[in-house]
Design a binder for this molecule. Structure first.
Ligand code: HEM
Ligand code: HEM
Length: 461
C-alpha cells in the first residue's frame, strides 16, 4: 500500500518535472522568435538611416517600425525569456517543483497574444501616441499586465512552498520585479494624471522603472542564482546582494525625471532625479562588484564555459552602462547629449550589452541542465563574438555620432551639418547591426538544439 502511494507520488513528481522543463523551453523558444523578428526590424531601421527610401510604404515606415522594435524587444524577447528563467530559478532555489503550472502556461499565452496584437496594431498605425515603451493600446497592455500578474503568482506560490526557511536572494529580486511592475502598469494606465506635465512625470516614471525595476531586477535575480551555480562556489557576499536590493528600491523609482531635464517639470524635481541618479552608483557598484568578486580567480572555468563569458560581458556592461547613465544625468552633459544618438547608444549598451547578454548566459547555463541537451560549442563561440563585437561597435559609433551631433547643435550650426557628420557612423551601425542579427540566428539554432535536439550523455556546465 505504502509502496503504491510512494510510486504514485514519484510519478506525479516526474510528470511535474517534465512539465516544468516544457514550460522553461516554451518560454525560451517564443522569446527567441520575438528576438529574431524584432531585431530584424531593428536592422531594417538601421538601413533606413543610410537609405531613407528603403521600404517606403506606410506599414514599413520608420515611426511604426521603431515602436514595433522597442516594444517587441522589451515585452516579447526580454520579458518572456527572463520570466521563463525566473520560474526555473524560483523552483530550483526553493528546492521544490514549479507550482501553479497552469497559470504559467496561461502567462505564456498572454505574453504572446499581447506581443502579436501589439505588433499588428502598431503596424496598422493604432497606438497609444508617442509614449515611449508604452505605445501598445490599453487592451494589449492589459493582456501583458495580466501575464505579469499570473507569472508573479507562479513565482510567489513556488517560493512559498520552499523546502527551507530562508528565501534565496534571487527570489527577493524576482518577486520585487513582479510586484513593482504590477504597480507600474497600473500607474501607467490610470488616466487621471495623464495630461500636460502630469503625463510627462508619469512617462519618466514608467520609462525608467520599466528598465530599472523590471528588466534589471529580473536579470540581477537570475544572475544571483546562475553565477554561483555555474562557478560552483557561493556568491562572494550575500550582504552586498541585500544592500543592492534595498538601495535599488530606494533610488530607482525617483530618477525618471532625468529624462526630462530643462523641461517645465519643477526644477527641484529634476535636481532630485540627478541626485538619486548619483545614488544609483551604490547598488550598481555593489551588484557588479559582488559578481566580479565571485568570478575572481576562476578565469579558466569562465573561458571554457558556454554561459559564463555572456555573464562576464553582461555584468561588465551593467557596470559601464549604468555608470555612464549617472554621468549622463548631469545637466552639463545632458545639455550636449540629450536627444542625440548618444542615448540610443546607452539604451543598447544596457538593454543589449547587459540585459540581453545576461539572459543569453542564463539560457546557455540553465536550459541544458533542465533538458539535458547541449548547444553546439562552435556556434556558441560564433554567437558570442558576433554579438559582443556587434554591440561594442554599435555603442562606440553612436556615442561618437551623438557627441558630434550635440556639439554641432550647441554651436548653432545648421541641422543638416549634424546629419552629414553622423552619416558615416550610421553606416557603421548598419554593419554592426548585421553582425548582431547573424548572432541571433545562430542563437536560435542553439535554442533548437537545447530543446528539440538529441540528449547528450556528457554532464553539462
Ligand atoms: C542605474 C543607473 C542608470 C542611470 C543613472 C541612467 C541614466 C539615464 C539617463 C540620464 C537617460 C536619459 C538620456 C537622455 O534622454 O538624454 C537614460 C536613458 C535610458 N536608459 Fe538609462 N541609466 C541607468 C541604467 C540603465 C539600465 C540598467 C538600463 C537598462 C536595463 C537603462 C536603459 C535606458 C534606456 C532604454 C534609455 C532611453 C530612454 C529613452 O528612450 O529616452 N538605463 N538613462
Ligand atoms: C540587430 C540588433 C539591433 C539593431 C540593429 C537595432 C537597431 C535599432 C535602431 C536603428 C533603433 C532606432 C534608433 C533611433 O531612433 O535613432 C533602435 C532603437 C532601440 N532599440 Fe534596438 N536594435 C537592435 C537590438 C535591440 C535589442 C535586443 C534591444 C533590447 C533588448 C533594443 C532596444 C532598443 C531601444 C530601447 C531603442 C530606443 C532607443 C532610444 O530611444 O534611446 N534593440 N534599435
Amino acid at each position: 500500500m505504502t509502496a503504491a502511494i510512494a510510486h504514485r507520488q514519484l510519478t506525479a513528481e516526474s510528470a511535474g518535472e517534465i512539465e516544468s522543463v516544457r514550460i522553461f523551453s516554451a518560454f525560451t523558444i517564443t522569446a527567441t522568435f520575438w528576438l529574431l523578428l524584432t531585431t530584424a526590424v531593428g536592422l531594417l531601421l538601421s538601413f533606413k538611416f543610410t537609405y531613407p527610401d528603403l521600404g517606403a510604404y506606410q506599414m514599413l515606415s520608420f515611426g511604426r517600425l521603431r515602436a514595433i522594435h522597442t516594444n517587441g524587444t522589451f515585452y516579447g524577447w526580454a520579458s518572456v525569456a527572463l520570466t521563463g528563467l525566473a520560474f526555473y530559478v524560483a523552483a530550483r532555489s526553493s528546492g521544490v517543483q514549479l507550482q501553479q503550472r497552469r497559470l504559467a502556461w496561461a502567462a505564456l499565452w498572454c505574453y504572446n497574444i499581447a506581443a502579436v496584437a501589439g505588433t499588428i496594431t502598431l503596424d496598422l498605425g493604432i497606438s497609444n501616441g508617442s509614449q515611449e515603451y508604452r505605445e501598445w493600446v490599453w487592451p494589449v497592455a492589459f493582456i501583458f499586465l495580466l501575464a505579469v500578474v499570473l507569472s508573479g503568482i507562479v513565482v510567489v506560490a513556488t517560493v512559498m512552498a520552499r523546502a527551507g526557511h530562508d528565501i534565496y536572494i534571487s527570489n527577493w529580486y524576482t518577486i520585487g520585479a513582479f510586484i513593482f511592475t504590477t504597480i507600474l502598469g497600473i500607474t501607467a494606465a490610470i488616466p487621471v494624471y495623464q495630461f500636460g506635465l502630469g503625463q510627462v512625470a508619469v512617462q519618466g516614471f514608467y520609462m525608467h522603472n520599466a528598465v530599472g525595476m523590471w528588466f534589471t531586477f529580473l536579470a540581477l535575480g537570475m544572475t544571483y542564482y546562475a553565477l554561483p551555480k555555474l562557478l560552483n562556489r557561493p556568491i562572494y557576499s550575500y550582504a552586498l546582494g541585500v544592500l543592492g536590493f534595498w538601495t535599488n528600491l530606494v533610488f530607482y523609482p525617483i530618477i525618471g525625471a532625468h529624462h526630462y531635464e530643462f523641461s517645465p517639470l519643477p526644477w527641484w524635481f529634476q535636481t532630485l532625479a540627478i541626485v538619486f541618479s548619483v545614488g544609483m552608483l551604490v547598488p550598481v557598484w555593489a551588484g557588479s562588484g559582488n559578481f566580479f568578486l565571485t568570478m575572481k580567480g576562476r578565469w579558466a572555468i569562465i573561458r571554457r564555459s558556454y554561459a559564463l563569458p555572456f555573464f562576464f560581458v553582461g555584468i561588465l556592461y551593467y557596470f559601464v552602462g549604468s555608470t555612464q547613465g549617472t554621468l549622463e544625468a548631469f545637466r552639463s552633459l545632458q545639455a550636449i547629449w540629450h536627444l542625440t544618438n548618444f542615448t540610443v547608444g546607452h539604451s543598447h549598451l544596457t538593454m543589449y550589452g547587459f540585459i540581453t547578454f545576461v539572459t543569453w548566459g542564463g539560457i546557455y547555463g540553465l536550459l541544458p541542465m533542465a533538458t539535458g541537451k547541449r548547444p553546439n560549442v562552435l556556434l556558441v563561440g560564433l554567437h558570442f563574438w558576433l554579438a559582443f563585437l556587434g554591440v561594442t561597435i554599435y555603442v562606440i559609433v553612436l556615442s561618437v555620432a551623438g557627441t558630434i551631433q550635440g556639439l554641432t547643435w550647441a554651436n548653432g550650426d545648421p541641422f543638416i551639418a549634424s546629419v552629414e557628420a553622423a552619416a558615416p557612423f550610421w553606416s557603421a551601425r548598419a554593419v554592426s547591426g548585421t553582425m548582431m542579427l547573424l548572432a541571433h540566428v545562430i542563437f536560435a539554432i542553439n535554442v533548437w538544439k537545447m530543446t528539440a535536439g538529441p540528449v547528450e550523455p556528457e554532464p553539462v556546465r
